[in-house]
Write a protein of this length. Sequence first.
Length: 650
Amino acid sequence: MKIIAKISDYLLLGLSLTACLGALVYYFYALNWLGIIITLLLSAGVFWTGWRFWLKKIPGEESKKFPLLNSRTVLWAGLYLLFFSAAIIILLQSRSDQALISPWEVVSRKFFFVYLAASASLLIAVQQKKIAPLWKLLLISAHYFLSFGVAVLVYKIGYGFDPFIHQATMELIAKTGAVEPKPPYYLGQYSLIIIIHKLSGLSIYFLNKFLVLGLAAIYLPITIYRFLLSQSRHGATSNKFLTIIFLLSLTFAPFIATTPQNLSYLFLILVVFLGLSQAPPSFVLILSLAAFSIHPLSGLPAIFFTAWLFLKKYQGHLKLAVRQAATGLIFLANSLAVPAALFFSRPDSTEKIAISWTSFLTPLKGLIQNWSSAGREDWLLNLVYLLDKNLSLWLGLAILGGLIYFYRYKRNFSPEKQALFSGLVLINLSLLIAYLLSSQIVFNDLIHYEQASYASRLLIIIVIFSLPLISLALNYLIKKIKGQTLVSRLIWFGLGLAFLMISLYVSYPRFDRYFNSHGYSTSQADCRAVKAVAETASQPYIALANQQVSAAALKEQGFDHYYQTDQGLVYFYPIPTGGPLYQYYLDMAYKKPSRETMNEALDLAGVDEGYLIINRYWYQSGRIINAAKLTADSWQMIDNGAIYIFKYQR
């Protein structure tokens, strides 16, 4: 087990160095082959220095020997892997390139029964004393992969919109070495994927789909396990493995798709847990820098938490006044850094700071307005949405439970651990202030429903910093439950399985009697429509379409089609989060598809040919299609009327 932990540390260090140093090399130079070689040489130098001076000091696991294989290992691991394989097969058989609102539209209901059986067998397996901890962690990693992998395995074309943007950007960087302008964010993910792509030959498409899913499945179980192990003198008890499994009940939407924000969340979790597991602060610092290079919104809190770790490690060499001043500085800096970064990093898009009580109170709505159940038509969905609608409440109670556990049993912690966990509370208080400040910033280039997206991510980061205390409280609760009667234990673990199932269901988009996620996935028909427009066009053009078709354009055409306008560079398909063409599409779709509106869009881009693309599933698509037939110069259908394309010329 200790060897496996060391290997995982070395690999994590290598990935982190590649991300942060690759971002640095790309920002000041490029990621051509020379840039990649420079990155690898710098990474190797830092890696060697770390291995020689502090990486060896990372604490290992217990030295107790376990046989790698025995009858119980074969039985329970084999049983779990049987259900795991069946679940994967069901997902692969459900793969679809159609426009889907939810993966559950095409995934057979048998999957949930198989997932339930897999979860139950896993709970039994990790409680077997004769199964080595390594096997237990491998099985848990497989379950994490199964839980996180539904969207990746079901959606053939891809899931979401942002991954298409980042994939197109990385394809262009891999081809040309650099893309201008170079933003000071996202570069850690870009560097990591492009360098792995260049060295391994794996496609950017593949890496962009599986990076977060794969790293989360590998590193979350082992990192949380090592944290729990560092907080206990009882070794590899089954409580710890059960805790890791049931943490999935908190939902896991950030790990089902690869985006810079999601990858930075993962690195932040590793920073927090490893920082509390007595890993050298220098090692944690490199992970923090990697998180910062991927997305500063997660990276800044990671760096300030690492500063707290350094302060606690070397506080014996500092006077009391210096320690207090440093603590206050960390608190103040973490409170102001993210709001300041949001305000000053986007001077052209930041309109004003507007004090609004609504933005303060929005996150509290989930705590106070959804106490009722979802409806009375279906008892199972009713239970699901009773929990889902009150997710903010459950997370708040989990955080409160973690705080109560810490302050009630604080005396059982060593002074060093008390100081470290007090740092979590300090960081979270400063993040709460950061949230309140960030929620007042108005961005004039973002559509109204995206205005609160940056500030709301700070609430996720607060949950991340609360995870260690939640884990300890959950571990304590499981220990108490295991001391009860058999009937009580069965009831509690049955309830835990129910939470796992609900978490699996609500972590993905849904379309059922009580909820409609609305957003469709990009389909093969969208890709065909993009190709049809490109083949039809006789000159430079723009296309007004929804975000799924725009994602298909990014996939098929890349980022090579921009127009210089008075509003800056404009992509030839709409970018929904704030691109000027998207408003013209909304006007064509929700008002009327008029030639005047299309001409305004053509004037913006400075071209004379434009296309309106309407998906049949769009709201009132029949009305739009009939009206557009009267105003367009010509039109055509894709996939037996799944998509209509209307051509306008001046």
